[in-house]
Write a protein that binds this ligand. Structure first.
Ligand code: ADP
Ligand code: TRP
Length: 322
């Protein structure tokens, strides 16, 4: 049975890019293998330096993920920092990781360019991510396109370790849906918490409407034909609209008659409907956080058992057993 693993940072409200890039692919694969899903609070520490904010973010991300359909009975679901073996492995791997490999990572450079402090933790972020993946001997890692390079780093480190110390780690593969690789934000750039261009899954209807109405469109008159593929609104609309309606709206773009304002209002309704069940579930979980913590603690116990098997082997291979 394949091991499918992915993590999400609790560093802000989750948006539809996170949903299509990582959460939905994970939820859809629940019965296709052994599923490992976790909240990467240690990674979020590279950008969140307020204790209360991080702790709340962790609970929120856990509730969001469960509300969207992650079933703890059909997966192992936990918080990264509850399994300390991962940080030990991160150190061991870091002693094998060439500086050049990390210096080439776009994500580090992008984050620094966006104003995140250039700490050692931020630089070493991909090594901790490799440890996340290799600790559990994952086969498949569903992520958005922006994480592809980090997966390559994890593979390189695993191969290097295996060559140096003998077969120890499974070499992981990324799972990236090419049709949905990057969800555009309301300004047309990649949707990202750090660009302030998101449509958040669990925001109230009023906020949701505000984000959707702010989707950037051009000033082509309603009756003129428009290019649907070049339109940011259409590209978001098509992620959610039922196939027959999508065809109709596509026709309005091509033949003329597509009114952006009306399509936006329709999108708000579609979104409320699409996430309706999840919103209800989210509100219930919010009232029962003790239950959510219990799930996470149980998940961590399960994850830790797997982690200790890997770490035992690794310690022996590298000479930490004497
Ligand atoms: P953000 O860029 O908003 O900070 P994260 O880096 O926390 O998002 O990403 C969490 C997961 O969601 C990753 O697997 C990432 O690839 C995916 N993801 C983030 N933004 C998008 C997007 N716009 N389109 C597709 N996937 C995305
Ligand atoms: N770096 C990933 C992101 O920003 C989160 C992450 C951490 C992750 N560890 C992981 C994803 C392990 C997949 C597997 O989205």
């Amino acid at each position: 049975m394949k091991k499918i693993l992915s993590g999400i940072q609790p560093s802000g409200q989750l948006h539809i890019g996170n949903y299509f890039g990582m959460m939905l692919p994970m939820i859809q694969r629940m019965d296709q293998g052994e599923l490992y899903a976790f909240i990467v609070d240690l990674h979020a520490m590279t950008s969140v330096h307020e204790g209360e904010k991080l702790a709340k973010g962790t609970m929120n991300a856990a509730m969001d993920f469960m509300a969207l359909g992650l079933d703890p009975d059909r997966s192992t679901f936990w918080v990264q920092s509850d399994v300390p073996e991962v940080t030990e492995l991160a150190w061991i791997l870091s002693t094998l990781t060439p500086m050049g490999l990390l210096e080439r990572c776009h994500s580090y450079k992008d984050k620094v360019a966006k104003g995140i402090a250039a700490s050692h933790g931020l630089f070493a972020y991909p090594v901790l991510m490799a440890a996340d993946i290799l600790t559990y001997q994952a086969d498949l890692v569903p992520v958005g396109k922006d994480q592809k390079q980090h997966l390559e780093v994890a593979r390189d480190i695993a191969i290097k370790f295996n060559n140096q110390f003998g077969e120890t780690f499974t070499i992981p593969e990324s799972v990236i849906d090419d049709n949905l690789a990057t969800v555009p934000g309301i300004d047309g750039q990649k949707m990202s918490k750090s660009y302030g261009n998101t449509i958040n899954i669990f925001q109230e209807e009023k906020g949701l409407k505000k984000s959707v109405m702010a989707i950037k469109t051009d000033s082509t008159p309603v009756e003129d034909p428009k290019d649907p593929d070049g339109c940011n609104l259409f590209n978001i609309f098509k992620l959610f609209a039922p196939a027959d309606r999508l065809k109709e709206v596509h026709g309005l773009y091509v033949d003329g008659g597509a009114a952006y304002g009306r399509i936006k209002l329709e999108l708000v309704d579609i979104l409320c409907d699409y996430f309706g069940e999840a919103r209800k579930k989210r509100a219930e979980l919010e009232e029962d956080q003790g239950y959510v913590r219990e799930i996470l603690h149980k998940g961590a116990e399960k994850a830790r058992q797997k982690a200790s098997v890997t770490l035992d082997l690794v310690r022996e291979r590298v000479g930490l057993k004497y």
